[in-house]
Design a protein around this ligand. Structure first.
Ligand code: DGL
Length: 261
């Protein structure tokens, strides 16, 4: 089989990576996509590093069996834990990771704090520390670990009082000051943009890495001459480690929903 027509594998601890995959589908509609959500083991962000590494390597092996031409680790947490291991192990496969989109937030040059919402593991790991190093002298950056937030989204709770109360509580220390932007450093969070805007105000930019990551994937596919030459709309297949059809249906709805844009 010509590698150009192989699928692209997208992976996350659960449903979050779909916020990235939908952007990739938008710019490369003729590619075939396989999505694997590890909802059985979500959340990753509060686990031990070694466990997340092992879970990530298992999913990569699954993708290898599916003969993917590229793997997108559409999970900030798994990227910070395991991207180097994956690149070492699968030297012939395109491996793309994601990190909090701090650069576009800094570029906006707005007054106030840039708040980075992410999982405890993402904010603790060295990948994030070196990202902070780059920008810490240019602006005021606040790291906000959000343990418990992924669980709302995994349960399909994307709006409502309970979620808004969680967000209000988390953001309380910063609401009386200017907020320059909020960086959504976890791929689950774009699905709760509406609830977040209600809490911080609709004028605060909410920035995620979905578009940037998808463009990087496209660039790499072009560079390696792996972009499909199909003229037809590609296939999308979704797997979930729970094998629960309700979750899989929810995933298809998230791809079609407008709420992460
Ligand atoms: N979507 C994952 C991320 O981007 C969530 C991690 C988790 O399961 O805690 O970090």
């Amino acid at each position: 089989m010509n590698i150009k027509n192989s699928p692209i594998g997208f992976f996350d601890s659960g449903v979050g990576g779909l916020s990235v995959m939908k952007e990739a589908i938008a710019i490369m509609p003729n590619e075939d996509f396989i999505y694997f959500g590890d909802s059985q083991n979500a959340p990753y962000g509060t686990k031990e590093l070694e466990e997340v590494r092992n879970l990530t390597l298992n999913v990569a092996d699954f993708f290898m069996k599916k003969k993917v031409k590229a793997i997108v680790v559409a999970c900030n947490t798994a990227t910070s834990a395991a991207i180097e291991l994956l690149r070492d192990k699968y030297k012939d496969t395109i491996i793309i990771g994601i990190e909090p989109a701090l650069k576009p937030a800094v570029k906006l040059n707005r007054k106030g704090n840039i708040i980075i919402m992410a999982t405890p593991m993402t904010l603790r790991e060295k990948k994030f520390k070196s990202l902070m190093e780059k920008y810490k002298n240019d602006c005021s950056i606040v790291s906000l670990p959000c343990a418990g937030l992924v669980e709302f989204i995994e349960q399909g709770i994307l709006e409502g009082k309970e979620l808004e109360n969680y967000l209000k509580e988390k953001l309380k220390p910063y609401l009386s000051e200017d907020i320059a932007a909020i960086v959504l450093g976890c791929t689950h969070y774009p699905f709760i943009k509406n609830a977040l805007s209600k809490v911080v105000g609709h004028d605060v930019p909410l920035i995620d890495g979905g578009v940037g990551t998808s463009h990087e994937l496209k660039r790499k596919l072009i560079e390696k001459a792996c972009l499909t030459d199909s003229k037809e709309k590609g296939k999308i297949i979704i797997y979930n480690s729970t094998n629960d059809n309700k979750i899989i249906d929810f995933c298809y709805n998230l791809i079609n929903a407008e709420n992460s844009r």
